[in-house]
Ligand binder design. Structure first.
Ligand SMILES: NC(=O)c1ccc[n+]([C@@H]2O[C@H](COP(=O)([O-])OP(=O)(O)OC[C@H]3O[C@@H](n4cnc5c(N)ncnc54)[C@H](OP(=O)(O)O)[C@@H]3O)[C@@H](O)[C@H]2O)c1
Length: 225
């Protein structure tokens, strides 16, 4: 249990049957189909913020906005912004100024190690938030998001950020869509990379398991988060 106030945090990811979330080229692979993408869109629409690591921005350039117009309208009707806040964990301000994630309603979390010129250039397109010395301090970031009213944070990868968040005990639930394909490659990213675990392996409790399209959707609770 965290000792500070933070949002409810869940990871949503799609992986192949062999646990890979993209290929060795680190390029996006279409793992799920239309029904799963609609499910992901609905999860986004129900969240106050959506977060990725800068590795995902550099690899996939995601927009991280709600795609469905009815879902965006429902948010507006409920007095919320059209899209959840889009957050990038980016210690060195490496997010390219042309990234789709930028613009109003985005927040780039940087560290004190980020070069000033890159921060200045990003600040023209978005809000930057200093949090941490060499790398983004995730507990501090989550506490700040909570202060900003974020109660439900959806994490959309990638492998390295997932690991840091889980290691810090900051993840409550994990949704994994397991697609009916193999990707392979020992260097292809998996659901949880980073430094991994050699002891104290986080335990999960299965909340639900359902066939979806040609794959399976699993929802896990992370014990002790
Ligand atoms: N299938 C899916 O659902 C899915 C979803 C998302 C991504 N992906 C794939 O995942 C791959 C990207 O994953 P990735 O592991 O390379 O990148 P990532 O997890 O998206 O981003 C990792 C980067 O975030 C930054 N960061 C800042 N603070 C951090 C902290 N406290 N802990 C950890 N990282 C922190 C670090 O860069 P700095 O040190 O420079 O800050 C780190 O290298 C791509 O191939 C993408 O296609 C797949």
């Amino acid at each position: 249990m965290s000792l500070f106030k933070r949002p409810f945090v869940f990871i949503n990811s799609a992986m192949s049957a062999d646990g890979k979330i993209s290929s060795v080229e680190r390029k996006q692979v279409h793992i799920s189909g239309k029904a799963d993408l609609s499910r992901v869109d609905a999860l986004r629409a129900k969240s106050d913020a959506v977060m990725v690591g800068v590795g995902t921005v550099l690899a996939d350039d995601p927009g991280l906005r709600v795609k469905s117009e009815p879902l965006r309208n429902a948010r507006i009707k409920a007095g919320k912004p059209e899209n959840p806040l889009r957050v990038v964990a980016d210690s060195l301000a490496r997010t390219p100024p042309t990234s789709k994630v930028l613009g109003q309603g985005s927040l780039i979390a940087i560290s004190a190690a980020a070069p000033e010129d890159r921060v200045a250039s990003l600040s023209q397109r978005t809000e930057t938030l200093l949090c941490g010395e060499k790398t983004v301090d995730l507990p501090e970031l989550l506490a700040t998001l909570h202060d900003k009213g974020v109660r439900r944070l959806m994490v959309e990868g990638g492998a390295t950020l997932n690991c840091s968040l889980i290691k810090a005990g900051l993840v409550d639930e994990i949704y994994v869509y397991v697609g009916a394909l193999l990707i392979g490659g020992k260097d292809a990213p998996t659901l949880v990379d980073g430094v991994g675990f050699t002891s104290g392996f986080p335990r999960l409790k299965l909340i639900s398991l359902e066939p979806l399209e040609s794959g399976v959707l699993m929802r896990w609770a992370v014990a002790g988060a």
